[in-house]
Design a protein around this ligand. Structure first.
Ligand code: TYD
Ligand code: MG
Length: 513
């Protein structure tokens, strides 16, 4: 028998080396190579076992009655956009998740969901599975980490344990999963017992959820369960199975301590969409965002709240503020609210800053959820154009609730938070700030200003700082509105914005802390 060959595979890019190296020559990652064995008999066709097992166990043959993808070259003018699988998107029933997916899961596609342990990936997917089952889709929830009883207990807590179309399987072997999936998802006959042949289009594409893909293994491969070889091959087989059967496959992937999916490039290339489920574990808000999506935008963001009975979709307009914060909280120096745009949705988030005495020459500048170079730039602008002395100050800045804010429209709010923290001043109550800050200290126009104003006004903000010179359409107010219309303060530069910071009365400041 041929001898197994030792190889070293990179956990980051999947590159294979013949000897161990401290740095992967392919992707440049440090300390990422791990030893693996490669047997010469290992099959190279990734589409083997799972799909075969499915086909053998299924009553209906390879897949549901979805249009088969046309083969051969065609004139683009002759392609019917409604003939493909894209037109059959499956809405999960969780609106926030659907929006991030681009309107729903595409049959035959593979989605990878990453996130820190304990953030709520299993909760999200089991809830989605329940919602799908309720809408008449057959769903197989494969738990490779928990027993069927554990899954049932969670399902009961989430209120989806009564769904007859939701199947649970606790297994880690790829062939068994393929076979069981074929048995429950690949047959529509016992689904519609009265209908011998369901009318075309009534058969709803099935969905399979794999929680998590890291534990799935193929015994044919001479590699440990959990190894890169297994992960790569099993994911490829599952993706192929999705394509071959028309079932949508959602896989959970674990995130490494650096916050990237294990083997990021490796798995991300294989699947159609990569979602991240994230948030601050100590804060109820959870965010779903797409980092890759072949079928939709990656700008959209889904917002949930973790409750005792699962995830609740956040209402459309929300303010994410620290405990005790909110639109009508007394002003606190160092915190400024900003309406940030995430795809089609506006979120009001609280940006916080703190300045403290630091060692000259070794000051700390730390940010969470904000771009560090943007923070450095705004500190320089404050020094040069607002006369603030920050060279010997430690500066910390963060976004409340684990939200990441990347857009420049939040510059003004961050700048005012730093200035407010340093000067111990705050914007008047119920204020928020919108604007990009330039290197000359000027406040620049932002995209989608009207939508930001609308959301801010709806959430009770009455003083809104906006860039001077940008056309403002004030949101329409209902006739019976009792609150005064929001005051729009157009600021041309950072000095004009800082002038709006006022000393906070002692009593209010004490109440706020
Ligand atoms: P889980 O979905 O198991 O996380 P993951 O699969 O990402 O590791 O969720 C873990 C946390 O969610 C756990 O700490 C308990 C909490 N949780 C709730 O607060 N409410 C609920 O209804 C459920 C099911 C979980
Ligand atoms: Mg889990």
């Amino acid at each position: 028998m041929a001898k197994a060959k030792q190889i070293f595979a990179c956990t980051s890019c999947g590159g294979v080396q013949t000897k161990w190296l401290g740095k992967c020559p392919d992707c440049g990652a440090w300390d990422s190579l791990v030893a693996e064995r490669l047997t010469p008999k290992a099959k190279t066709d990734p589409r083997a076992d799972a799909t075969k097992a499915w086909t053998a166990a299924s009553h209906d043959g390879p897949g549901p009655d979805l249009p088969a993808p046309a083969t051969g070259a065609r004139s683009i003018a002759s392609v019917d956009p409604n003939a493909g699988q894209l037109a059959h998107r499956i809405a999960t029933g969780l609106g926030e998740l659907d929006r991030v997916l681009g309107g729903g899961i595409v049959p035959g596609s593979a989605v990878l969901v990453g996130g820190d342990p304990g953030i709520g990936k299993s909760t999200l997917l089991l809830q989605a599975a329940g919602a799908l089952a309720m809408r008449g889709h057959r769903v197989l929830y494969v738990s490779s980490e928990e027993s069927a009883e554990q899954v049932q207990m969670r399902a009961a807590r989430l209120g989806v344990a009564e769904q007859a179309e939701l199947f649970v399987l606790s297994d880690t072997s790829l062939a068994r999963i393929g076979e069981q999936a074929g048995r429950v998802l690949g047959s529509s006959d016992d689904l519609d017992t009265d209908d011998a042949s369901p009318a075309p289009g009534t058969h709803k594409p099935p969905v399979m959820i794999i929680d998590s893909v890291q534990m799935i293994y193929n015994p044919e491969l001479d590699a440990f369960p959990g190894s890169l070889t297994q992960l790569r091959r099993c994911t490829a087989e599952l993706v192929f199975m999705a394509k071959a059967t028309g079932a949508a496959v959602i896989m959970v992937g674990h995130v490494t301590k650096d916050g990237i999916l294990a083997g990021p490039r490796l798995l991300e290339h294989l699947v159609d969409a990569v979602l991240y489920f994230e948030g601050d574990r100590y804060h109820a808000h959870r965010i779903v965002r797409a980092v890759k999506n072949r079928f939709g935008s990656t700008l959209e963001l889904g917002l949930f709240e973790m409750t005792g009975s699962g995830l609740r979709e956040a209402p459309h307009g929300v303010l994410i503020a620290a405990a005790g914060g909110g639109a009508d909280a007394p002003p606190r120096p160092g915190t400024v609210v900003c309406p940030v745009q995430t795809g089609t949705r506006t979120l009001l988030v609280e940006i916080q800053a703190l300045t403290a005495t630091g060692f000259p020459g070794a000051v700390k500048r730390k940010s969470a959820g904000l771009d560090a170079s943007r923070l450095a730039m705004l500190i320089a602008v404050l020094e040069q154009h607002a006369g603030l002395r920050l060279a010997d100050r430690d500066i910390f800045a963060s976004v409340v609730g684990g939200i990441k804010v990347a857009e420049p429209a939040a510059d003004l709010a961050l700048l005012l938070a730093i200035a407010g923290a340093q000067m111990k001043r705050a914007l008047p109550p119920r204020s928020c700030a919108i604007g990009e800050v330039g290197l000359g200290g000027e406040v620049r126009p932002v995209a989608q200003l009207d939508q930001r104003l609308l959301e801010a006004a709806r959430l009770g903000f009455t003083t809104i700082l906006v860039p001077k010179g940008q056309r403002v359409t004030l949101p329409k107010r209902p006739k019976d509105a009792t609150e005064p219309a929001p005051t729009i303060l157009a600021v041309a530069d950072v000095m004009a914005a800082i002038d709006q910071l006022a000393t906070v009365p002692k009593a209010a400041a004490r109440a706020a802390t």
